[in-house]
Design a protein around this ligand. Sequence first.
Ligand SMILES: [Zn+2]
Length: 161
Amino acid sequence: MSILNIEKGAENKILRTRSEEVADIQSPEIQKFILNMKTTLKSTPNGVGLAAPQAGKNLRIFVASDDLGINQTVFINPEITKISENMILKGEGCLSLPEYYGKIRRADWVKAEACNENGRKFKIKATGLVAQLIQHEVDHLNGILFIDKAEKVESQKTDGK
Ligand SMILES: [Zn+2]
């Protein structure tokens, strides 16, 4: 199993590029990349979501983990189809910006559609942490980082490690 390097930094080109739709989900190359993303997310402490640009490819794919890190859901070519009017201020961080933590306004719930790794379309209505995660990861696919939208960003780098 291969673990991918996580792209880091607010100026990183891959993180700042709009990702492209996946044309052939079943291709061996895409399937292998998805597996590697899942392994990488599982082996990353505190990782609840990972978008393809964070793993070095500008493709419209992200993987979401449940709270326990057991079940993972793959979103390919995702679309947020509806969001709540109600926005909530939430704490947020990002694996690609490990030294930052911020407060950001996110929709309370979202409806989204995507394909899974078998190419099957699914719809989801998500609330709470999952809703926040979907908004964060779709931003990644559009080259947007949470620090662009956050109302307050703090550096949590304290010891230079
Ligand atoms: Zn992120």
